[in-house]
Design a protein around this ligand. Structure first.
Ligand code: SUG
Length: 439
C-alpha cells in the first residue's frame, strides 16, 4: 500500500509544562502530573490499529531530553546533576523547554511532497523548523538527522529546514493538505498558513508564515497549477486551532473542513472549483457551524482524526475517544458514513497526548510512496512484531508510571532517559545517533 505512517515514539520525559500559547489543552493541564509509561503505550496502541489495518508503520526515535547540550550552550556548567539543578533554580520554564517530549507529534516533523506531484519525480522532504515555540524549535536538528537516515536513498530529497521570519516558521504536515484521485496519482498540494511573516498583527500566535510555505513549495519542485495557499481563519486560531489539522483534513479524494477553517471564502471556492474540474471523484465535505460549532470541533478534536486508506483500500478514520461524548460530532459521523467512502471508525484512548493538544493526526507523519520507494526506505525505522514487542517491554520496564513537574531536574530522570534511548538505538540498530552517546 502506498501509505506509510511514521509516528513519534513518546519519550520518557512526557510532561505538562504549559509551553504552547494558543493551545488550550497545553495551558489547561500545566503542572498536572503526567504518566509517561501510559502515554507511550497509548501511542503504540494507536499505531497498532494502523498496522492491523494492513499498513506499514514506522517510528521516529524520541529526542534526547533533558537536552544537556542546549543548557551547556546557555552557559550552565558542572556535572550533569549541577547543570540540571542550576538551570531549574535559574528558571523552571527554561528547564521544562529543554525537557519536553514534544517530538511525539510527528505531524510537525516535516512537509512531504510525494514523487507523483514533483517535477523531478523525487519525494521531497523538508523538516519543519517549528520556530514559533522554543521547545519545539530545538526538535529540528535531530528530526533532520532522522529524516536523512530514513530517506537516504537517491529517490528522496531531504532539504534543509526552511528559514523563519521574525519568529514565524513552519509547522510541517499539520499545515499541509494533499488531494488526489488516489494516493498514487498526481495530486494537488495545499499549504495552509497563519499570516505573512512580516505582519505586525499579533493578536494570536500564527505559527506558519506564508513566505515560508511558499519557499517549501518552490523547493519541492511542484507544478504551480497544482499548488495552492490558503490562510487559516484568525477566529479559528484565536479559539484554539493553532494548527490547521484541528479544523480540516484530507485523504486521497476526500477533503473535510469546518466552515470556519479558512479566512478567505473566495480563495477556497477557487480551489474547490479547480479540484472539482480536475479530480472526477473529488468530494468536499464542509461541517457547518450549526451542525458542529467551531469551539466544539476544537474541544472534541473531531477533525484531528487520522484518515487513512487501509490495506483493503477502504477509508478508515481513527478518532480520539473524547469525540464520543459530543452528541453533535457523533451525529455528523453517522452522516459522514452515509455520504462518503469513509466507512470504518475506530476510537482510541490517547488521553496523555490529548492533554497536551495532540490527537491521532498529530502523532503521525503520513508519507505517500510508490512500491519501489517503500522498499528504499531505511527498513530499520519500520516496525515488525518483534521490534514492537521489544519496544513495549522496554517501556514497561524503564518508563516512569508518574512524573511530577518538580521531577524534571532529577538526575535519575536523565539517566533513565538515556538508558531508554540507548536501548532504542540498539532495537532500531541505528548506531550512536544521540549526542550523549558520543561523549
Ligand atoms: O505544538 N503541544 C504541541 C501539540 C502539537 C499538536 N500537533 C498537531 N496539531 N499536529 C504543540 O503545541 C505542549 C507541550 C507542553 O505544554 O508541555 C505542546 O508542545
Amino acid at each position: 500500500m502506498p501509505e506509510v505512517n511514521f509516528d513519534g515514539l513518546i519519550g520518557p520525559t512526557h510532561n505538562y509544562s504549559g509551553l504552547s500559547d494558543g493551545n488550550i489543552a497545553s495551558k489547561k493541564n500545566f503542572s498536572s502530573p503526567s504518566y509517561p509509561k501510559k502515554a507511550a503505550l497509548q501511542g503504540i496502541k494507536k499505531a497498532e490499529i494502523l498496522i492491523n489495518s494492513g499498513l506499514q508503520q514506522g517510528f521516529f526515535l524520541p529526542h534526547e531530553r533533558p537536552f544537556l547540550p542546549g543548557l551547556k550552550q546557555l552557559g550552565f556548567i558542572g556535572s550533569n546533576e549541577e547543570i540540571l539543578k542550576s538551570a531549574y533554580k535559574f528558571s523552571k520554564v527554561l528547564l521544562s523547554n529543554f525537557t519536553s517530549a514534544s517530538s511525539m507529534w510527528a505531524a510537525n516533523a516535516a512537509t512531504i511532497s510525494p514523487s507523483f506531484d514533483t517535477k523531478d519525480k523525487k519525494v521531497h522532504i523538508t523538516p519543519a523548523n517549528l520556530k514559533s515555540m522554543f521547545h519545539r524549535s530545538i526538535e529540528t536538528e535531530f528530526t533532520h538527522k532522522q529524516c536523512k537516515l530514513i530517506f537516504e536513498e537517491n529517490c528522496f530529497k531531504v532539504h534543509e529546514p526552511a528559514l523563519s521570519i521574525s519568529g514565524k516558521g513552519d509547522e510541517g504536515a499539520a499545515n499541509h493538505l494533499r488531494i488526489s484521485r488516489s494516493h498514487n496519482e498526481k495530486g494537488f498540494e495545499i499549504f495552509v498558513y497563519g499570516d505573512s511573516g512580516f505582519s505586525r498583527n499579533n493578536t494570536s500566535i500564527k505559527r506558519q508564515a506564508l513566505e515560508v510555505s511558499k519557499s517549501i513549495a518552490n523547493n519541492h519542485n511542484l507544478d504551480v497549477e497544482n499548488t495552492f495557499f490558503l490562510q487559516q481563519n484568525s477566529e479559528a486560531i484565536e479559539k484554539g486551532s493553532f494548527h490547521n489539522d484541528i479544523v480540516s483534513l484530507s485523504n486521497e479524494n476526500i477533503f473535510i473542513a469546518h466552515e470556519k477553517a479558512f479566512q478567505n471564502k473566495d480563495e477556497l471556492a477557487k480551489l474547490l472549483k479547480t479540484l472539482e474540474s480536475k479530480i472526477d471523484n473529488f468530494q468536499y465535505i464542509e461541517i457547518s457551524d450549526s451542525e458542529v460549532p467551531l469551539n466544539c470541533i476544537i474541544d472534541s478534536y473531531l477533525l484531528n482524526s487520522q484518515l487513512s486508506t487501509n490495506g483493503q483500500n477502504e477509508m478508515m478514520l481513527v478518532l480520539p475517544e473524547e469525540v464520543q461524548s459530543y452528541k453533535n460530532c457523533m451525529a455528523w459521523l453517522d452522516k459522514l458514513k452515509q455520504i462518503s467512502d469513509v466507512k470504518l471508525f475506530d476510537f482510541v484512548n490517547i488521553k496523555q497526548s490529548m492533554m497536551n493538544g495532540g490527537g491521532p493526526a498529530c502523532l503521525r507523519l503520513k508519507v505517500i510512496l510508490d512500491n519501489d520507494e517503500i522498499k528504499k526506505l531505511n527498513q530499520k525505522f519500520l516496525m515488525n512484531s518483534e521490534k514492537l514487542d521489544s519496544i513495549k517491554s522496554l517501556i514497561e520496564r524503564e518508563y516512569r508510571d508518574i512524573l511530577h513537574p518538580d521531577d524534571l531536574p532529577d538526575p535519575n530522570l536523565l539517566d533513565e532517559s538515556r538508558r531508554v534511548l540507548d536501548e532504542l538505538t540498539q532495537i532500531f540498530d541505528v548506531g550512536s545517533i544521540y549526542e550523549f552517546q558520543k561523549l
